[in-house]
Every structure is written in structure tokens, then in C-alpha cells.
Design a protein around this ligand. Structure first.
Ligand code: ADP
Length: 267
């Protein structure tokens, strides 16, 4: 516990009073430390893609452009690094958006087609390790959802399932439902997650050792904390099942929204 104190001296005739007020400022210190960590991590993560983008652009302009093979190769790197940059910025914006409260716009949507259209924009995600993403949701499935929330949750889970996969691995997206919830499952054939990490995955900036050191997979450790906050905000839950070296399944339980409260401010 960290204390801050203020002392007040007061002299009343011949009596001398000392008043000591002590404040517990641990929470303030913790928040400050989190903000410092956040900025340090975010700056590092911003610098990495910016350095790559500017480095490869300069190399191209300095003449590498004349060689068709280098041109294509470098442009691919620039493309990937821009995506990484965009996703970090999106993460940070999403955090402040969630913290400021969110307006939801629930509407019915065909889940199969919605996922397919999302997958169109994930193409560059899979180019590195040639992972195949399978949309296994039957065509007739309809859910009522806020598409912004759903897009962000899906993008984070699928991007992890691709990043922490083996080369030529698979990602499967599935749907189930019961009376109160519908479930979105994102499973992969990747590195899996150690039991000791599972309980900490949803903390801000937490990255399991494997991804940070051995695998050198880029990331901010923000994705799953955002997913958890968004899922909590819509009254859902999220579970993980994983086996090292076999793969992981993330399941989001979304409450089934009644027609009456399809639109509204839940923030
Ligand atoms: P990031 O991917 O930016 O590191 P996340 O918050 O999305 O941050 O994930 C936190 C950590 O959880 C990752 O660093 C990784 O160690 C682990 N992780 C997340 N998804 C998976 C997955 N599908 N397979 C294996 N590990 C995962």
C-alpha cells in the first residue's frame, strides 16, 4: 500500500494540535504505472512497423524498385506492416471507445454471409504462414448483433488463431446456440496455451512467453483484453480450451437479444 500524507498544525491557546491525514493512493499509483507501461509498449509496437515501412520504402526509392522480385517482396512487407500499424491504432481507439461508453446498434444478420464478407479483409493476415480460414457456419443461421462489436471480437480472435498457428494450419469458425446464448467458436491448430497462462490471457499487455520470446510473433497483448471488455459490455462471456501443440478454441457466448431491446444505448 502506498500512502500520501498531509499534516496540519494548529495552536489553540496553550494546546498544540497536530492533525495527520493519510490517503491510500495505491490505486492512483497503479493506474499511473499502467499508463506508463501502456505508453512504453504502445510506442515500441508503433515504432516497429513504422521503421519497417520507412526502411523498405527508402530502399525501393534508392533503386531496389528496378528489380521486379524485390519490388513485390518489399511491397508485401510494407503492406503487412501497415496492417499491423492499423490494428494497433484500432486497438487503442477501441479501448478509449469502450471506456467512454458505447452505443449499440443491434440488427438481424445472416451470420454465414457476414463472416464471409469479413474474411475478405483478412487476406493479408494469412499470407505469412498460409493458414486456411474455414467459415463453418450454416447458411441459414441468423443472429441479432451489433456489427461493430462482432467485427472487432471476430477480427481479434481470428487474427490470434492465424498468428499462433503452425504453417499451413487451419482456423475454423463455428456456431452453436442454446435458449439464452448463441456461441461463436474460433478454433485453431496452433501452438496452444499453457495452463498457467490461460487465466492471465485477458489482462492488458499480457503475452505468454512463447509468443514473446520463442515465436517472435508481433503483438501488443491488447487484443484479448479488448475482446473481454467488449464481451462483458454486451453481457456475454468468453471461454478458452487449449492443448499445447494441438490448438486452442475460444468460445464467445452472446446473449440472445429480444426484439424489444434490439436498439439502444447500453453504455
Ligand atoms: P497479442 O496477440 O497482441 O500478443 P492478445 O491479447 O491478443 O495479444 O493475446 C495475448 C496472448 O495470448 C498472446 O500473446 C498469446 O501468447 C496468447 N494467445 C492468444 N490467442 C492465442 C491462440 N489462438 N493460440 C495460442 N496463444 C494465443
Amino acid at each position: 500500500v502506498t500512502w500520501d500524507t498531509s499534516v496540519v498544525f494548529n495552536r489553540l491557546e496553550n494546546d498544540f494540535h497536530v492533525l495527520v491525514i493519510m490517503y491510500d493512493i495505491s490505486d492512483i499509483i497503479n493506474v499511473k504505472q499502467m499508463q506508463i507501461d501502456f505508453l512504453r509498449n504502445a510506442s515500441h509496437e508503433l515504432k516497429t512497423p513504422i521503421t519497417a515501412i520507412s526502411g523498405f520504402t527508402k530502399t525501393l526509392l534508392d533503386g531496389a524498385m528496378d528489380d521486379k522480385k524485390s519490388l513485390v517482396e518489399f511491397l508485401k512487407i510494407i503492406d503487412q506492416q501497415s496492417d499491423q500499424l492499423a490494428s494497433l491504432v484500432q486497438d487503442v481507439l477501441t479501448i478509449s471507445h469502450i471506456q467512454n461508453g458505447t452505443n449499440y446498434n443491434y440488427k438481424p444478420l445472416g451470420l454465414h454471409d457476414f463472416i464471409n464478407s469479413e474474411l475478405q479483409s483478412y487476406k493479408s493476415m494469412t499470407s505469412g504462414n498460409h493458414v486456411t480460414i474455414n467459415n463453418k457456419i450454416p447458411e441459414h443461421v441468423e443472429v441479432t448483433a451489433d456489427t461493430t462489436t462482432l467485427t472487432r471480437i471476430l477480427r481479434n480472435l481470428v487474427s490470434n488463431a492465424v498468428k499462433y498457428n503452425r504453417p499451413n494450419g487451419e482456423v475454423n469458425i463455428e456456431y452453436t446456440a442454446n435458449d439464452s446464448f448463441w456461441q461463436l467458436h474460433v478454433s485453431d491448430t496452433g501452438i496452444g496455451i499453457a495452463q498457467k497462462d490461460i487465466s492471465r490471457l485477458f489482462e492488458r499487455f499480457y503475452r505468454a512467453d512463447d509468443s514473446r520470446t520463442k515465436q517472435k510473433v508481433s503483438g501488443t497483448g491488447l487484443g484479448l483484453s479488448i475482446v473481454k471488455e467488449m464481451v462483458d459490455a454486451v453481457g456475454g462471456t468468453i471461454d478458452v480450451k487449449s492443448q499445447r501443440g494441438v490448438g486452442s478454441t475460444f468460445t464467445v457466448n452472446f446473449p440472445i437479444v429480444e426484439d424489444d431491446d434490439q436498439t439502444g444505448d447500453k453504455g
